[in-house]
Design a protein around this ligand. Structure first.
Ligand SMILES: Cc1cc2nc3c(=O)[nH]c(=O)nc-3n(C[C@H](O)[C@H](O)[C@H](O)COP(=O)(O)OP(=O)(O)OC[C@H]3O[C@@H](n4cnc5c(N)ncnc54)[C@H](O)[C@@H]3O)c2cc1C
Length: 412
C-alpha cells in the first residue's frame, strides 16, 4: 500500500485491540467508532479520508516491534511492594504500588492517566493533576476502557515538558507507544497492569440494568476488588455496587451466584476477541511499558512470607526498562519493597493470553436474549465447591482459614 493510495486497510476485527491509536492519530477526524458486541472498532469515513496512512502507521498490531529492554526471560527476582499508607493500600486493588508512583509524578506537578468511571458507568481514560482526584483512577475495573483522546493529550503534555505517567492495559500501552512513533520521552513513564483480558462495556451495562430494574435503584459506582473480607478472597467472591434509592445511597453486595458478571470474567467468557491471542504479553515482543504491576497472588504459597498484614494486598512490580528502574527507585520511600523469586510470580494467569471457551459465542448469543442469571445457570453455573469456599471465607476470613489449614498440615 502506498500512502497516497486511499485503500487504507486497518487491522482486522479479530486482532484489533481497540486502543484507538489510529483514530487519535487521524488529523481529519475521518475515523469514527463502531461497536460490535459492545467492543469499539475504528471505522474510516472514506469521504473524509485523504489516504495519508497515519492511522495504519499508528496501529500497534500492524507495526508490532520487538522492543529493547527486559523480556523477563532472565529475570531472577520479582519485586513485591505495598504502600506504607494502609488507607491507600486498602483503597487499591493489590498493594497500592500504582498510587505511590502516581503521587510521585503529581508531586512534580505532572499528570497521571488511568481508567475512571464517568457518571453513566462508562469506563474512560482520563488524566488527573491533583492527588485529591487520584482515587477515581484507583482499583481494577473489569471492563474495557475507552482511551478517548488521551494519546494526543499525553503528547501535548510531553511537549510542554510536564512529567506524565500513563497506566493502562498492555495493548493500550502498545497503542500509546506506537502513537508516539516508538520515541522514548524522558518525562514519560508507561505502566501496564498485567491483564487477564477485558469484557465489553455492553456486558457490564446489561448486568447493571438488570440490577437497577430488579431493585429499583440507580447504580453509581462499582468496586470489583473490595477488601472487606481480605485481599485474596475479595477477588473470589465480592462485588460491591454503590446504589441510590430515593435519597438513600448504600453499597450493595453481590456474592455467590448473584455475582454473575464477575463469575463470567473469572472463567474468561465474553472477552474481547483479541485478548484470546494477545500479542502484547507472554514476552513475545518484549514489554512496551517501563513498569508492569500485578497482584502478587501466590506470594507466600511456596516460599514463607513474614508479613502479617498481607491480606491488605501485595503488588508485584516488574521493572522493564532502565528508566523504569530509576523511576521506581524514586518511589520506594512510600512503599515497602521486598525481592521475591520470579518463579513465585510467574504462576500468575494474567501473564498468559486468556483461554476462549468452546461455547463462548453460543453463551454470548444466549445472553443477548436472556438474563445474566439464566446465562450463568446454563453456561457457567456456580459450583457447590465454590459456594462452600466462599461461605468459609465470608464466615471465617482468610487469616483464620490459613491458620486452620496450617494446623491440619495443608498448604493454602
Ligand atoms: C482488566 C484487568 C485485568 C487484570 N488481570 C490481572 C491478572 O490476571 N493478574 C494480575 O496479577 N493482575 C491483574 N490485573 C492488575 C491488578 O488487578 C492491579 O491493577 C494491579 O495489581 C495494580 O494494583 P495497585 O494496587 O498497584 O493499583 P490500583 O490502585 O488498583 O490501580 C490500578 C490501575 O489500573 C488502571 N485500570 C483499572 N482498570 C483498568 C482498565 N479496565 N483498563 C485499563 N486500566 C485500568 C487504573 O487506572 C489504575 O491506574 C488486572 C487489571 C485489570 C484492569
Amino acid at each position: 500500500m502506498t500512502l497516497v493510495d486511499k485503500e487504507i486497510r486497518l487491522v482486522d476485527h479479530a486482532s484489533c485491540t481497540g486502543c484507538m491509536a489510529c483514530r487519535q492519530k487521524c488529523k481529519r477526524n475521518a475515523i469514527s467508532v463502531i461497536y460490535e458486541k459492545g467492543f469499539a472498532f475504528p471505522y474510516i469515513n472514506q469521504e473524509m479520508c485523504v489516504g495519508c496512512g497515519r492511522c495504519v502507521q499508528a496501529c500497534p498490531v500492524l507495526n508490532v516491534r520487538n522492543v529493547p529492554g527486559n523480556t523477563h526471560e532472565k529475570e531472577s527476582v520479582c519485586l513485591a511492594a505495598w504502600n506504607k499508607d494502609a488507607g491507600v493500600r486498602m483503597k487499591s486493588s493489590s498493594g497500592g504500588a500504582f498510587s505511590a508512583m502516581a503521587e510521585k509524578v503529581l508531586a512534580q506537578k505532572g499528570v497521571v492517566f488511568g481508567a475512571a468511571w464517568d457518571e453513566r458507568m462508562n469506563l474512560r481514560h482520563k488524566y488527573v493533576g491533583d492527588v485529591a482526584e487520584l482515587d477515581s483512577l484507583r482499583r481494577s475495573k473489569y471492563v474495557q476502557s475507552d482511551t478517548l483522546d488521551t494519546f494526543n493529550e499525553v503528547r501535548d503534555f510531553l511537549k510542554e515538558g510536564r512529567a506524565v505517567l500513563y497506566c493502562g492495559t498492555p495493548c493500550q500501552i502498545a497503542g500509546l507507544t506506537s502513537f508516539l512513533d516508538y520515541k522514548d520521552y524522558s518525562n514519560l513513564v508507561k505502566v501496564d497492569v498485567v491483564c487477564q483480558g477485558v469484557p465489553s462495556g455492553l456486558m457490564l451495562k446489561k448486568y447493571i440494568s438488570e440490577i437497577e430494574r430488579k431493585h429499583g435503584v440507580k447504580v453509581l459506582d462499582a468496586n470489583f476488588r473490595s477488601k472487606t473480607y481480605g485481599w485474596r478472597c475479595g477477588l473470589l467472591l465480592l462485588l460491591l455496587i454503590l446504589v441510590q434509592k430515593g435519597n438513600r445511597r448504600y453499597w450493595m453486595k453481590r456474592v455467590f451466584e448473584k455475582n454473575e458478571y464477575y463469575n463470567s470474567f473469572i472463567k474468561e467468557y465474553f472477552m474481547r476477541e483479541s485478548c484470546y491471542a494477545c500479542p502484547f504479553k507472554c514476552n513475545r515482543h518484549g514489554y512496551y511499558s517501563d513498569i508492569s504491576i500485578a497482584d502478587f497472588w501466590r506470594i507466600g504459597k511456596t516460599v514463607p512470607l513474614n508479613v502479617d498484614d498481607y491480606e491488605k494486598g501485595i503488588s508485584a512490580v516488574i521493572v522493564n526498562t532502565e528508566k523504569g528502574r530509576a523511576f521506581f527507585k524514586s518511589c520506594v520511600s512510600d512503599l515497602e519493597v521486598i525481592e521475591r523469586t520470579w518463579d513465585e510470580f510467574m504462576t500468575n494467569g494474567g501473564m498468559y493470553p486468556c483461554h476462549k471457551r468452546k461455547d463462548n459465542d453460543k453463551a454470548y448469543e444466549f445472553l443477548s436474549c436472556h438474563s445474566w442469571r439464566e446465562t450463568q445457570k446454563r453456561y457457567f453455573p456456580y459450583a457447590m465447591k465454590a459456594r462452600l469456599r466462599t461461605a468459609l471465607y465470608l464466615g471465617l476470613g482468610e487469616k483464620t482459614i490459613r491458620k486452620l489449614m496450617k494446623l491440619i498440615g495443608r498448604k493454602v
